[in-house]
Design a binder for this molecule. Structure first.
Ligand code: PGA
Length: 249
């Protein structure tokens, strides 16, 4: 199928210009022989410094959010063109923390996604169910809604990365089991096949996210439908390199 694995970090609201540049400097030699694509999504204000810190390496820099409009009266927001101007290549869209704390909806996810694609950024669209939804047997239904609305109107779905992040596994130390993650991601791929085309679904990169770390990454990455990881806590330290090198001894 030829899907190139993709490991991305999500720093969330962590790090400073100094500690971020130091970490990237230390990661560079450790990840240089990676057999996967590597990115770090960082707080917007750190982007220029982190792009400089990662220059000449295989670490690409991403943002954690993007606004849907090209410009205008949206105090506090950042457009896709602004990100692009500073060398950003990826952007996380619809992270569960944005859905939970900042009123993000499937509709706003879709608008942001179109803005990112138009500017030539690679979006990492996050989907995932809450614990109550999983326990009520509604996981597939929730994901189907997030995918149908969130990805609506996309011309080339292969330009979109999906991150499956069960909300109950984020920052909790509770990872989905390899089997749970595989089963749910296989469902996501099938749904993308129905919404777009089965052939394109086979090309879409789907990451797992939620307490993925140096200890559990090998098992997760061994699953046939898991193409990578979106790493929160473990991307703030050198463990990130261990995850990137999951396929080496
Ligand atoms: P975590 O976060 O790895 O700290 O669970 C993942 C994420 O929220 O992207």
């Amino acid at each position: 199928m030829g899907r190139r694995p993709f490991i991305a970090g999500n720093w969330k609201m962590n790090m400073t210009a100094a500690s971020g540049a130091k970490l990237i400097g230390e990661l560079k030699p450790l990840v240089k022989d990676a057999n996967c694509d590597v990115a770090l999504c960082v707080p917007a204000i750190l982007i220029p410094e982190m792009v400089k810190a990662a220059a000449g390496s295989n670490i690409k820099i991403g943002a954690e959010n993007v606004h849907w409009a090209p410009s205008g009266a949206y105090t506090g927001e950042i457009s896709a063109e602004m990100l692009k101007e500073y060398g950003v290549e990826y952007v996380i869209i619809g992270h569960s923390e944005r859905r939970q704390y900042f009123g993000e909806t499937d509709e706003s996810v879709n608008m942001r996604l179109h803005a990112a694609l138009k500017a030539g950024l690679t979006p990492i669209v996050c989907v995932g169910e809450m614990l109550a939804e999983r326990e009520a047997g509604k996981t597939d239904k929730v994901l189907d809604r997030q995918l149908t609305v969130g990805l609506g109107g996309v011309d080339d779905i292969t330009k979109v990365v999906i991150a499956y992040e069960p909300v109950w596994a984020i920052g909790t130390g509770k990872t989905a089991t390899d089997e749970q993650a595989q089963e749910t991601i296989a469902h996501i791929r099938k749904k993308i096949g129905e919404l777009f085309c089965p052939m394109c679904a086979q090309k879409v990169i789907i990451q797992y996210g939620g307490s993925m770390n140096a200890g559990n990454c090998k098992g997760l990455m061994a699953q046939p439908d898991i193409d990578g990881g979106l790493i929160g806590g473990a991307s703030l330290k050198l463990d990130f390199a261990t995850i990137v090198n999951y396929d080496k001894e």
